[in-house]
Write a protein that binds this ligand. Structure first.
Ligand code: HEC
Length: 453
């Protein structure tokens, strides 16, 4: 027990130090560049690591980038998408805030320089014998990946099926599924997937929100924004198959709970019918983890959801959430619609200092990226910290996702209406936990300054 607690604190501790370190870092200078990069030796290893999860045969991207023959015709487009940081999809500003993530799929400056140089020097193939062996993908075996660790899941929840036509516009499908629990139960891990391999080609992403009424429990952790909504339980996207909560931490399911699904489907030239499955691994009956993780929708909108975006203009909205107890922020997932441009997540500490936690500077509606902080980087904040979320919208012709810059835009559910909030998982700890943690981890002076604005 004590051991678990100590290791939690140690991991919590590193968080604040990491913010300091990330912010104190000068812009990274480029290392020695490969003089003349070739595909087999220099480019294929980068593509295997950062592109082929999506860009391979039978996956969701429009083309494979596995072999030289696959990639060569796309060289110009690759340079363009990579140099502008549109690919891989990762839209966080690399110069401010926390930079250490559990699911970072971005390229570093040196990888970008190598790819650009390869294209600029005529995209040569290189020696075939330098080609790395093909990468193996372990999600194709039909079984649950977590079964090795936890045995078979306690619950497997299935969405209604959906037929994606061969051709057509992207579709968003939002069915509901009841969760068959008859008493409160704690979740320690979840795994999610489109049911078939064909389904993985048409499923851009799938979200499973947990809807349940805890009003009778008076646990006070609701964000005000949606207190009957326990938040996102799980998200499926290429490369993101499961979540295992930290030791002694979990999410709560109560009787009457439902899963509200949100699937983003896109057509791939043939008709495909599929559904999504969610496997839930529970703590044993009666076992209650010490820490609860709750997902909050922290609004960037003023009271009454007033958004007023005139035609051909930019707009900004913001709002605040006061942390009801000390806690650790696990992730940042900005949510806006087609006019969404950027979102900032800041913390105003009880002593009045401000920290920029994360800033997404080139939000793209098609990619609802979730930025999950690495264990050693997730920020730990005291009770009373004010979380400040600011959203910016671009209703001009400069925004490539804008369907019509001459329209006035207000609040609403449709993608042509707007919305602005951040989904943030917060693991709440007690004031005693926080004090113990803070006593062990006094920030160093230099870092202290660097982490303040
Ligand atoms: C998470 C999945 C994913 C990853 C990782 C990813 N891509 Fe993509 N890529 C896509 C999807 C889906 C599209 C088509 C939709 C879009 O453009 O957003 C795309 C589009 C592209 C295009 C434009 C194709 C066209 O039609 O013009 C290029 C070029 C590209 N990707 C290159 C790359 C490279 C190079 C990498 C790695 C350095 C990479 N992508 C990583 C999913 C991904």
């Amino acid at each position: 027990m004590i051991k678990t607690r100590l290791s939690v604190y140690r991991r919590l501790a590193l968080g604040v130090l990491a913010i300091g370190a990330a912010m104190a870092l000068p812009n990274r200078t480029l290392g020695a560049e490969t003089p003349k990069p070739v595909f087999t030796k220099d480019i294929a290893p980068i593509f295997q690591e950062k592109c082929n999860d999506c860009h391979r045969k039978g996956s969701m991207a429009p083309m494979s980038l596995e072999t030289y023959q696959d990639a060569r015709p796309w060289a110009k487009a690759i340079k363009d998408r990579v140099a502008t940081r549109q690919m891989p999809p990762w839209h966080i500003d690399k110069t401010v805030g926390i930079q250490h993530f559990a699911n970072d799929r971005s390229l570093n400056d040196q990888q970008i320089a190598t790819i650009v140089k390869w294209v600029d020097s005529g995209s040569p193939m290189g020696d075939a014998k330098d080609m790395p062996p093909p990468k193996k993908y372990d999600d194709d075996n039909g079984g649950w990946l977590l079964a090795k660790q936890f045995g078979q899941p306690d619950l497997v929840l299935e969405s209604d099926p959906y037929t994606v036509p061969a051709h057509g516009q992207d579709a968003w499908f939002k069915p509901m599924t009841p969760v068959p629990v008859t008493e409160p139960r704690w979740v320690r891990a979840v795994e999610m997937r489109p049911a078939s391999l064909a389904g993985r080609r048409v499923t851009h992403h799938a979200l499973a929100y947990l809807i349940q009424d805890e009003s009778g429990k008076g646990d006070g952790g609701g964000s005000g924004a949606a207190s009957a909504n326990a938040g996102l339980l799980m998200e499926w996207a290429i490369g993101k198959n499961y979540d295992i909560y930290r030791p002694n931490t979990g999410k709560l399911l109560v009787p009457g709970a439902r899963i509200s699904w949100e699937m983003h489907y896109h057509a791939v030239g043939e008709e495909i019918r599929d559904h999504v499955q969610l496997a839930v691994f529970l703590y044993p009956k009666g076992e209650v983890p010490k820490y609860r993780t709750r997902l909050h929708a922290i609004w960037a909108l003023p009271a009454g959801n007033l958004i007023d975006i005139p035609p051909n203009s930019l707009a900004e909205t913001s709002n605040y959430f006061v942390m009801p107890s000390a806690g650790r922020l696990e992730n940042f997932q900005p949510h806006m619609h087609l006019r969404g441009k950027a979102m900032a997540l800041e913390a105003v500490l009880p002593d009045g200092t401000t920290q920029m936690i994360s800033y997404v500077d080139h939000f793209n509606f098609n990619w609802m990226n979730n930025y999950i902080y690495a264990d050693d980087a997730a920020p730990v904040l005291p009770k009373g910290t004010i979380i400040h979320v600011t959203a910016w919208y671009d209703n001009t012709a400069n925004n490539p996702n804008n369907p019509d810059p001459n329209q006035w835009v207000g609040f609403g559910d449709r993608t042509v209406d707007e919305m602005g909030h951040a989904w943030v998982n917060i693991t709440y700890i007690s004031d005693e936990d926080y004090k113990e943690w803070a006593a062990q981890h006094k920030p160093k002076r230099g870092m202290d300054r660097a982490s303040q604005q």
